[in-house]
Ligand binder design. Sequence first.
Ligand SMILES: [Zn+2]
Length: 273
Amino acid sequence: MIQKLYPGGKPKAFNISYDDGVLQDVRFVALLNKFGLKGTFNLNSGLMKTEFSWVHENGMTVTRLPEDVVSALYEGHEVASHTCTHPYMENLSKAEILGQMAADRFFLEKLLGKEVKGFAVPFEYYSPLIAQCAREVGFEYARISEETNGYILPNDPYWWRGGKFHWDEDLEGYVEEFLETDEELALCQIVGHSYDLDVLDLWDRMESVLHRVAGDEDVVPMTNLELARYADGMKLAEITDEKVQNESETPLWFRVDGEIICLQPGETYVKRG
Ligand SMILES: [Zn+2]
């Protein structure tokens, strides 16, 4: 029996994706770093000034992070695009959608000095046109504002649903079930905004969830881009009863008859006996 695994021979992966690039990301990134976990942070490069702060419905002012802190803050995590100015995209033309994506990618890459290859849609609206634009701009995946409530690694990278929103009352149950599941390539992905942690008083709950996940040696922390690339690689694995072959450009991990193996691109593993 051949089982697909994540990098390092781990059966499960964990990701947290937070949007909008706000002040509370500073405290949240420190928490991720403390536990050795990885996040994907989706930023709007056109709104990185305090004048683009807004008042939340509960009365709290939500403040955007300024440009000059972004590069150092998110070191070791993924920064992805969330459009330049966070528009509701339903009524935008194709040119406007492409402009929002391309401009954000350009400015974020300039700010970070590295490639930005991921995208998360602002608000809830999503469409095949937006997916097509994400592809044309060169993003390798696009995350939408829907949840699977499960542990599936997305099959279509341009229609990527998160696992669970972090304000869910059963967030702890979702995570415990993940730690118990035998599903192949199980992914636990939590989605939200760090300002919710203040607004909804979720810091303690989130910290205990992160602590729980970080303490499990079956789990590897991954960014969305790492997950998207790994999922793409796995699609090019040829698995039969006798052998497994890596036709992708990514090292791929498997468990074959109880033994953990890593196959480099182009490599084949033939089962013994
Ligand atoms: Zn947003």
